[in-house]
Ligand binder design. Structure first.
Ligand SMILES: C[S@@+](CC[C@H](N)C(=O)[O-])C[C@H]1O[C@@H](n2cnc3c(N)ncnc32)[C@H](O)[C@@H]1O
Length: 194
């Protein structure tokens, strides 16, 4: 990521943190991924050459900036979905400010619908960062839509592992995935298919 983009992303992260600190309602917070985790996602996309990238949970686009910057390097594109139209609009503005809006298709859509409508092996890289209680319902489609060699990244697996017990059991039982948990930020599960 170039210096100008890095600076703008850091500014967005700082403003979002300030907003979240003053916001008692968890669901009203932006809850951006930690910068170290975001940077790791960018490295992984570059390392794997992922071009078809899906993000489930856009919020105001902080993580999307890192995914789209990496997509620019691989010649890929990002589809990012969120249920909240106001956040999707904020993400559009933030991605425009860093010159990455052309790399991203922002959809106001339920992650479950996005996954159900995705073809088999549709995605090279999936970043799952939405509402954890819904994840068990995604597990089958996550595996089905991940390409061979594709990577699934799931945030908050250490900070909120207790909320992910069922999902973790489901995907760890999936023989087509090989897993590890990276102790970066809130804890990032990585699972590669094949
Ligand atoms: C933790 S935030 C995402 C943070 C973002 N990835 C980042 O790092 O900047 C979770 C987002 O998921 C969205 N969300 C919750 N349930 C969803 C669903 N079923 N489908 C799509 N988005 C959902 C919320 O509106 C919220 O903006």
């Amino acid at each position: 990521m170039n210096e100008e983009r890095r600076r703008l992303a850091a500014e967005l992260y700082a403003v979002s943190r300030e907003h979240d600190r003053a916001q008692p309602d968890r669901l009203a917070r932006f809850r951006n991924v930690e910068p170290d985790t975001a940077a790791l996602l960018g490295v992984l996309i570059r390392a794997t050459g992922a071009r078809r990238i899906l993000e489930l949970g856009t919020s105001n686009g902080y993580s999307t900036i890192w995914l789209a910057d990496a997509a620019e390097a691989t010649g890929g594109r990002v589809v990012s979905v969120d249920l909240d139209p106001a956040r999707t609009e904020l993400a559009r503005v933030n991605l425009g400010a860093v010159g990455l809006i052309e790399r991203v298709e922002l959809r106001r859509e339920d992650a479950a619908v996005t996954l159900a409508r995705s073809g088999d092996a549709a995605w090279d890289f999936v970043f799952l960062d939405a509402e954890r209680s819904a994840y068990p319902g995604y597990s089958r489609d996550l595996v089905r839509t991940l390409a061979s060699g594709g990577l699934l990244a799931v945030d908050n697996v250490q900070s909120h592992g207790h909320e992910l017990v069922e999902f973790t059991a489901l995907i760890e039982a999936e023989a087509r995935l090989t897993h590890t948990v990276v102790p970066v930020g809130a804890g990032l599960r990585l699972a590669v298919r094949g």
